[in-house]
Design a binder for this molecule. Structure first.
Ligand code: ADP
Ligand code: MG
Length: 540
């Protein structure tokens, strides 16, 4: 008998990562040797090692080094993955992160540490390798297959580099799926949960909301909205800011001036925030919080739930505004929602949970730990894809459940004269979908038609992600306007995007898949829209 395939689901989080698999037929988050089910997505480089990997610290051991060695300790790198160095979001990150974000190959982002320069995919690979090590304690040897999750608003490049990170880590990446989709799978799995589910996922660094329709084990994402720069971290910063202001008034020392002091305060603020999930007030105490001219100064203060609510209000409100937009995109109101699912550690903040409850006017589901839902869903998806049997109480899991119907996270179109974009497939359109466009030659003797394919949501081509070129060659030399070409843009049920041109003059058909401006890979996922990268195509 052949050994059952080994497949896991990995929630590669901005702040924390988790890995899940089917153990004894039951979806399970796999604990590490100390029983912990989440691992900080933090990588630290304590030595200038030539054997670089041996000296790298990842996860729980790396996290305290955010304080002790901030310039060599990388966190929230997911915010950088797949972005170009010129990306405005990278500029924001450079100002905010204590580690050095530099320009790498091909204008990509890279991270400079004392151990050398690493691509963001390499950093993510180190986190994934750590998750693999956690998984290995439970699943044994053999090639490890994985479903990895990403935020719904990730574009192709971000998904592509996540896939690359998986491969660097030695994983066989089965699929890249949206985090809210995975969460829906985890919550909807028992078959008694048909309906329209709103997934409100508030993590450490990102906020995502999705509306998912679940019918007979088929999941259809009706719309998504989110912000990759909104999370519990922002609440920590706001709470630490409040404490720092009070401390400055009392001691005339600004903790924000020293990176180490500020990081210590951020840690303490985060801890206080978590404690306030279970009680009305807590203490923040930092021995030798700062060194002033008169010597060391301690910090001791009480923070209450209402303090937390005050500083978090704007952050929570923004998430609700995005939620409203997500519903609007699906042409729904809170009344149409059957269930609300809370995902992500930040939903443990009482104000957050109550804001979501008030907006939807219903009690959210909480029977799965919000920190585990995404990994569990990814683990289920991996099992469904590889035929690992899953025990089920009521209805048995059908492999059909793995066929997630999804939406395009961004529009797909082409560059037009003057720096604009003509959209062909709009974001949030349900796949499978197909659109045709007709082109005519505009020059005498024109032999080629070249389209620059873009993905994005900006009306300006320069602000969109270039997917690649699509060139139709060998047109009959003729007067301008005589040769017509019909181009079909299609995303099928499996999410493969293909572009096909028919030369209406000669009947010749020219079809191709897109060349993504990233290391070659067989399949890239966009939403669940997979884009197969071309071989030997024009470089973009
Ligand atoms: P991500 O998906 O971005 O990696 P997580 O879902 O792991 O994030 O959530 C991490 C965030 O959740 C952090 O900001 C952390 O402080 C917060 N968090 C975790 N537990 C609690 C808690 N009990 N109360 C409030 N916030 C919490
Ligand atoms: Mg998450």
């Amino acid at each position: 008998m052949t050994r059952a395939p080994i497949a896991v689901g990995i929630d590669l989080g901005t702040t924390n990562s988790s890995v899940a698999a089917i153990v004894g037929g039951v979806p399970t988050v796999l604990p590490d040797a100390k029983g912990r089910t989440t691992t900080p997505s933090v990588v630290s480089f304590p030595a200038t090692a030539s054997t670089r990997e041996e000296a790298v610290l990842v996860g729980h051991v790396a996290r305290p080094r955010l304080i002790d060695d901030p310039t060599n300790t990388v966190y929230s790198s997911k915010r950088l993955i797949g972005r170009s160095f010129a990306d405005p979001a990278v500029r924001v990150a450079r100002a905010a992160m204590p580690y050095a974000i530099v320009e790498g190959v091909n204008g990509q982002v890279a991270i400079q540490t004392r151990a050398g320069i690493y691509s963001v995919a390499e950093i993510s690979a180190m986190v994934l390798r750590e998750m693999t090590a956690v998984a290995r304690r439970h699943v044994g040897t053999g090639p490890l297959k994985a479903v990895i999750t990403v935020p719904a608003n990730f574009n192709d490049a971000q998904r592509e580099f996540t896939r690359v990170a998986g491969r660097i880590a030695g994983l066989e990446v089965l699929r890249i799926i949206n985090e809210p989709t995975a969460a829906a799978l985890a919550f909807g799995f028992d078959g008694s949960r048909d309906g329209i589910v709103a997934i409100y996922d508030f993590g450490g660094g990102t906020f995502d909301m999705s509306v998912v329709e679940i019918r007979d084990g088929v999941y259809r994402v009706l719309s998504t909205a989110g912000d990759p720069f909104l999370g519990g971290d922002d609440i920590d910063v706001a709470l630490a800011g409040m404490v720092a202001d009070k401390f400055r008034r009392e001691s005339r020392v600004d903790l924000r001036r020293s990176q180490t002091e500020w990081q210590r305060l951020l840690f303490a603020a985060e801890q206080a925030k978590c404690e306030l999930a279970d009680r009305e007030q807590t203490e923040i105490a930092l021995k030798e919080a700062a060194f002033a001219e008169g010597g060391a100064v301690d910090l001791h203060t009480t923070v209450t739930r209402s303090d937390l609510a005050t500083v978090a209000y704007g952050i929570v409100d923004r998430s609700i505004e995005l939620t409203r937009r997500g519903l609007q995109a699906a042409r729904l109101t809170p009344k149409n929602i059957t269930e609300v699912v809370l995902v992500g550690g930040t939903t443990r903040v009482p104000l957050v949970a109550s804001a979501a409850r008030d907006f939807f006017a219903r009690e959210p589901l909480r029977d799965i730990d919000p920190m585990h839902a995404v990994a569990l869903g990814a683990g289920l998806h991996a099992a469904l894809l590889t035929g690992i049997p899953i025990k089920k109480d009521q209805k048995s899991a059908s492999p059909g459940a793995a066929l997630l119907v999804d939406v395009l996270p961004h529009s797909i179109g082409m560059a037009i004269a003057g720096g604009g974009v003509e959209w062909v497939l709009r974001s949030n359109s349900v796949v499978p979908t197909e659109e045709k466009r007709r082109f005519v030659t505009h020059r005498h003797g024109q032999e080629n038609l070249r389209l620059v394919l873009l993905q994005g949501d900006s009306p300006r081509a320069a602000e969109c992600t270039k997917l690649g070129d699509f060139t139709v060659t060998g047109l009959r030399p003729a007067p301008a306007g005589e040769v017509q070409i019909e181009v079909t843009f299609e995303v099928d049920a499996n999410g493969i995007l293909s572009v096909t041109a028919i030369d209406l003059d000669s009947g010749r058909v020219c079809s191709r898949r897109l060349k993504i401006s990233a290391p070659s890979d067989d399949v890239v996922t966009a939403g669940t829209a997979r884009i197969t990268s071309g071989r030997g195509g024009q470089a973009s």
